[in-house]
Every structure is written in C-alpha cells, then in structure tokens.
Design a protein around this ligand. Structure first.
Ligand SMILES: Nc1ncnc2c1ncn2[C@@H]1O[C@H](COP(=O)(O)OP(=O)(O)OP(=O)(O)O)[C@@H](O)[C@H]1O
Ligand SMILES: [Mg+2]
Length: 228
C-alpha cells in the first residue's frame, strides 16, 4: 500500500509508515494545541520531498502563516522560499463555502500538481452554516468529492473540549478516513502537548497518546514515551 509520509519526526511511526494515500484525515485539537503547525509541517515535509502542497487557510492570512511558522520553527530558514516557489501554496479564499474550496483544490491539482492538501479549519466552514444538518450534508458531499481527487488531505477541526476522544462526535469523525487528536494537557505548573491516532482506515496504527514538542527544526513526537 502506498503511504504518504507526514514527515514530522516520529509521527509516521505511529501510523506504521504514514497515511495511506488518498485517505483524508481530520486533525482535532483545542486552542493552541498545534493544529496549524502540524498541518503546515505536513505540507512543508512534502514540498521538500518533491510533493507540492496546498494550504487552504480560512483563518490566518498567508503572510501571518509564514511569519508564525518561521517563528515557531526558527531553524527552518527556507519557509518563505518554499511558499514563494509554490511548492507550498497558501490560499486564503474570501468565502468559506465547501464548493469553492473544492474548486480551488481541483484547480491546484490540475495546474500545480499538488499531492497534499490542508484545510484550516473545518470549524470556520461550519460557522458559515445556519443549521447543523446543512453542514453535515455539505460535509458529506465534500468528502465524496475529495475521494475522487488525487491528493491526501488534512482538515483541522477545533475540538469542543479537552477530552477529545470522549467529546460528542461530530460529522467529521464519521466521514473522514482518519482522526488524529492533538492535546494541550494541563499539568501542575505547565502544559504538555500530546498526539494520538484515534482512527485510520486502511492501516494498523499505534493507539497510545504520546508527547510531542516544538523544536526549532520541527515538531518532534516521542514515540514510546508516556504522557505524565
Ligand atoms: N517554539 C515554540 N515552543 C513551544 N511552544 C510553541 C512554540 N511555538 C508555538 N508554540 C505553541 O503552539 C501554539 C500555536 O500552535 P498552532 O497555531 O499550531 O496551534 P493551533 O491549534 O492551530 O491554534 P489555534 O487554535 O489558535 O488555531 C502556541 O500558542 C504556543 O502555545
Ligand atoms: Mg490554528
């Protein structure tokens, strides 16, 4: 089976080698859990390995993302260049409609050969809907469309509370092939970040929650370590 290596240090070990190609993943996390950084590094690692990526940002501008990621990963000095060369394209649509997002995806797959995509965040899409059932229906249609596109996508979702695995399940939990949860856990005098692969269709994977950290050269997942 072909897999897409996320490329984040340690992360592919949790997935027995990576995301099965053409599977689409929801990345859940609370505020500041690291969703944007994780999703951005997924595209950055792909870009460096010759797979163009598309970052559809519904929150931050392209400039903000480049600035924030360059600050978070100070040891990665070519973020601006990789973005300027369109190996990692950042697009901020004016509208939050899934049809528009799908159109951008199709266009960039055809015209820039992108293989990896990120939508940050699905929550912004959801907020554009007046009622939940309409969002569910559209999400379902969007996912069916995604299935026919030649890319492997990560969609970030803001988690309603810290206890991600137990929180009420949204439509994203059911339609997406995979779920990765990011935690920002409160400990006595600090917060610890942790990651867990909650489900991934098409592959076995590790099930434990493991710590991860920001390092200047990227995120680092401490496979085999426990979260205390
Ligand atoms: N170099 C760093 N070292 C440690 N922590 C960092 C570093 N850079 C960023 N962070 C932490 O990561 C958080 C930002 O991560 P990111 O923007 O990826 O999270 P997010 O889940 O997308 O957040 P949001 O909910 O705001 O969209 C910061 O708020 C900070 O807590
Ligand atoms: Mg974010």
């Amino acid at each position: 089976m072909d897999r897409v290596k996320i490329g984040i240090n340690g992360m592919d070990e949790l997935l027995n080698g990576g995301i099965p190609v053409h599977r689409h993943v929801a990345l859940f996390g609370g505020p500041g859990a690291g969703k944007t950084s994780f999703a951005f590094e997924y595209l950055y690692r792909g870009a460096k390995a010759g797979e163009n990526g598309l970052y559809i940002s519904l929150e931050e501008t392209a400039e903000d993302i480049v600035e924030n990621m360059s600050a978070a990963f100070s040891g990665i000095t070519d973020i601006k260049d990789v973005v300027a060369s369109k190996q990692l394209e950042i697009v901020k649509p004016d509208k939050f409609l899934l049809e528009d997002i799908a159109e951008i995806l199709e266009d960039r797959i055809t015209n820039n050969g992108i293989k990896r995509a990120v939508v940050d965040s699905a929550t912004m899409v959801k907020m554009a809907f007046k009622d939940e059932s309409e969002y569910r229906q559209t999400m379902f249609e969007f996912f069916s469309l995604l299935k026919n596109l030649d890319c492997t996508a990560i969609m970030t979702v803001e988690a309603p509370n810290q206890d991600l695995a137990e929180s009420s399940f949204g439509i994203e939990h059911f339609v997406m092939d995979g779920i990765i949860n990011l935690y920002n856990l409160g400990r006595e005098d600090q917060r610890i970040k942790a990651v867990e692969v909650y489900k991934m269709r098409g592959t076995d994977h590790k099930r434990e929650k493991v710590p991860f950290k920001f390092t200047p050269t990227g995120l680092k997942v401490f496979v085999g370590e426990k979260v205390f």
